[in-house]
Design a protein around this ligand. Structure first.
Ligand code: PLP
Length: 393
């Protein structure tokens, strides 16, 4: 059975060019870039190339790129650095819809005595910037807001938010893990201090990330050890993955146009056709301020898990907006923050596309999903009573 992979916000396939670029560095060219001999030294040059490729994607300079082990490490390193630089400040501003890499860290820090303001979002998943500005105090050590949401694809105006934070002398971090490679990012055109990237969301392998730190931003390392990354992140470099991520960044820059034309067209086709063919369905998240590859659709009166299981029988991969926690299905914190009604939140599915998806795959999902929803609804007591009520009107 062919796999139709529409779960690219969870992880992406490693691009063939990325794999090819990486392979020699596992076996033939396994030297340590810190070694004095040229067998290792030649790898140091490859890391410099990767740093150039990564910085070019986001309009940064190579010195502003720190390679990390993943997006979660980048988020942790950024927020902890800001707190370490301003130990007298005890307040953090973030949002209610952050990824656990930020949200759970902030909850942990709250347990250590920090005051955390989680900004609310409206029904479309958007932030109120006046409320954001009003939340800042002389005690605020850092503002951390995601560039794009992993569940809905909703894009926050982080460049504006960074300016508001700077007016009050507060450093600004953004988790750009979902936006990098999907929408243009140019660090020359904004004032964001720190920005997180994860390799496996842009066709590089898992277990490699980047923390961008703007030149001149005070930084306190998270991992302390060797001199690697100019002393900003100790640990022998993951050379094959860094080289792979460099290549992935080069490809992402090349494919940015495709993301915003062809990928968006396929996403829009999928969304429009599903909404047309399936009654009581709706999109979660702002339709305009949104990544080109993501749609989060609620199908009322069915469980997301049920939809995923039946789609799985056709090889279709997506994600649901609820997580099975201690036996009860909890709608995601993102949909709850947006006030998505219970019966809608439970039946929400996130489809996230990539440049590797085809028209045939989208047509296949458009054909297979409506009967799946119909079948699940025929088993749902809620749906049966709604259908009966509609029939008697
Ligand atoms: N932040 C966001 C918005 C994400 O989507 C993810 C991964 O799903 C992460 C952080 C964590 O990245 P990583 O898996 O590289 O630790």
């Amino acid at each position: 059975m062919k796999t139709v992979y529409l779960d690219n916000n969870a992880t992406t396939q490693v691009a063939p060019e990325v794999l090819d670029a990486m392979l020699p560095y596992f076996h033939d060219l396994y030297g340590n870039p810190s070694s004095m001999h040229s067998f290792g030294g030649q790898i140091a040059q490859k890391l410099r190339d990767a740093r150039e490729q990564a910085s070019a994607l986001i309009g940064a300079t190579p010195d502003e790129i720190i390679f990390t082990s993943c997006g979660t490490e980048s988020d942790n390193a950024a927020i902890r650095s800001a707190l370490a630089i301003h130990p007298e400040r005890r307040h953090i501003v973030t949002s209610r819809v952050e990824h656990p890499a930020v949200k759970v860290l902030c909850a942990h820090l709250a347990g250590q005595g920090y005051r955390v303001t989680e900004l609310p979002v409206d029904k479309n998943g958007l932030l109120d910037m006046e409320q954001m500005a009003a939340s800042l105090t002389p005690d605020t050590a850092v503002v951390s807001l995601m560039w794009a949401n992993n569940e809905t694809g909703v894009v926050f105006p982080v460049e504006k938010a960074a300016e508001l934070a700077h007016e009050r002398g507060i450093p600004f971090h953004t988790d750009a893990i979902q936006s990098t490679g999907k929408i243009p990012i140019d660090m020359k055109k904004n004032t964001i201090d720190m920005l997180s990237i994860s390799g496996h969301k842009l066709h590089a392998p898992k277990g490699i990330g980047i923390l961008y730190v703007r030149k001149g931003t005070k930084f306190s390392p998270f991992l302390i050890g060797g001199h690697q990354e100019k002393g900003r992140r100790g640990g022998t470099e993951n050379t094959p993955s860094i080289i792979g991520l460099g290549k992935a960044c080069e490809l992402a820059a090349r494919h940015m146009g495709t993301e915003n034309t062809e990928v968006k067209r396929l996403r829009d086709k999928l969304e429009t056709e599903l909404l047309k063919r399936i009654p009581q369905s709706r999109v979660n998240g702002d339709l305009h301020e949104r990544l080109p590859n993501t749609t989060n659709i609620s199908f009322e009166f069915v469980e997301g898990e049920g939809i995923l299981l039946l789609m799985n029988e056709y090889g279709i991969c997506a994600s649901s907006g609820s997580a099975c926690t201690s036996g009860s299905l909890q709608p995601s914190h993102v949909l709850r923050a947006m006030g998505v009604p219970f019966t809608m939140a439970h039946g929400s599915i996130r489809f996230s596309l990539s440049i590797y998806n085809t028209e045939e795959e989208i047509d296949f999902v458009i054909e297979k999903l409506p009967p799946i929803i119909e079948r699940l609804r025929s088993m749902s007591p809620y749906w049966t009573s709604v259908a009966q009520a509609c029939a008697t009107v």
